[in-house]
Design a protein around this ligand. Structure first.
Ligand code: FA5
Length: 355
């Protein structure tokens, strides 16, 4: 028959439980005691469950009493288990795990600053209707040079000090590490019909000594737009808009004539030097970052040369286009005031953690 709680058997149970608790000294014994009295099928839990069978007029009082006793026993149990734990620890040869010790902090990974800038640059052009493509870093001589109006023995090949790859394969000339992302202009035009609007981020390699603004391996983002009726005004408008989005309204921008065999006319675009301009901290006459010119070049650009269009299979009488190639590390340097491009790939965590 069920044990229906009343004041007598509650007090009896309490006294008995307390007495037994005092006799138990080890953690294991105490745990058995807890199961017996306070566990899911324990004596006190049983009394609480049977509360519904007590006469209605005393149910409230008995319920309160049961809860008080339960709380008292819980508290006594906590004290006993703490005391037992301490003495168990003292006597035990086993090292206990201190669960109150703080854990080791988790190091959050983050994107490399170059990756962050490449994504920002691509986002800016994506929102202007460009899409994103990628191409091979190990490239045929044909795409790196010939398809870009730079035949063998053309002196312009010297503009890009090249790392050649030894190989017996000669499908499209020799193999090299691409010196710029411009080969993707030819590859894209070979595979797509106009209109084309695309940006191509990727790594490039040059056989040159590093200094504060030059690395021998760095990234570029190529841009290409081909359609009917595109003019130099489209090129300027697009690049001005890009510069505003990346650097804000107040940065100064400069276009100057430049020579690249695959564009005509060609320009380079520079931004005023962050270190010695009005907002910078270095005297212009001492600035080694812009080499005392006040400007840092961030990209080459121009109208796609008709010969390049023709070689890729586009009719130069029908289509015109513009192209550009920018250096994301140089953009990151300007944006964040980094004074040496060599920090990017020296893998110094103190530098990388700042982004
Ligand atoms: C080129 O590589 C051309 N392919 C760009 C181009 C594309 C012109 C389409 C016209 C039309 P250039 O060598 O100037 O150009 O490099 C372009 C950009 O790459 C530079 O403006 C600069 O931002 C970056 N860059 C060039 N050399 C280095 C280097 N050694 N280290 C870091 N960034 C560099």
């Amino acid at each position: 028959m069920d044990n229906i709680p009343d004041i007598n058997n509650i007090n009896e149970t309490y006294e008995k439980a307390l007495g037994e608790l005092k006799d138990n000294k080890t953690e294991q014994d105490l745990s058995t005691w807890r199961t017996k009295y306070l566990g899911r099928k324990g004596i006190l839990t049983g009394l609480l469950r049977n509360l519904k069978s007590t006469p209605i007029d005393s149910r409230r009082e008995i319920g309160q009493q049961l809860n008080n006793i339960k709380n008292l026993l819980e508290n006594n149990y906590e004290e006993a288990i703490n005391a037992a734990g301490k003495s168990d620890n003292k006597n035990s040869s086993v090292n206990h795990v201190d669960i109150t010790m703080p854990g080791r902090p988790i190091q959050n990974g983050r994107l490399h600053p170059t990756t962050q800038i490449i994504r920002e640059v691509c986002e800016a052009f994506l929102s202007m209707g460009f899409d994103v493509a990628e191409g091979p870093e190990v490239e045929w001589e044909y795409y790196n040079f010939d398809a870009l109006n730079i035949p063998a023995d053309h002196p312009a090949r010297d503009m890009w000090d090249t790392l050649w790859v030894e190989s017996d394969k000669q499908e499209k000339g020799n193999i090299l590490l691409r010196t710029h992302t411009s080969p993707m202009q030819a590859r894209i035009m070979e595979n797509r019909e106009p209109p084309v609007r695309v940006v191509v981020p990727g790594k490039v390699f040059r056989y040159e000594a590093s200094d504060a603004t030059h690395e021998w391996h760095f990234y570029q983002v190529e841009g290409l737009a081909v359609d009917q009726g595109l003019t130099f005004a489209d090129l300027k408008g697009t690049l001005f808009e890009f510069a505003k989005r990346i650097f804000g309204e107040n940065r100064k921008i400069r276009f100057r004539c430049d020579y690249f065999p695959f564009v005509e006319p060609g320009v380079d675009m520079s931004i005023d030097c962050f270190a010695c301009s009005d907002s910078g901290s270095i005297e212009p006459e001492n600035c080694s970052i812009c080499k005392r010119t006040g400007w840092i070049e961030i990209m080459g650009a121009g109208m796609v040369h008709p010969r390049v269009l023709e070689q890729a299979g586009y009719d130069p009488n029908k289509y015109t286009g513009f192209a550009f190639g920018l250096g994301p590390e140089r953009i990151a340097m300007l944006k964040y005031g980094i004074d040496d491009i060599r920090h990017f790939y020296s893998n110094d965590i103190r530098f990388l953690n700042q982004f």
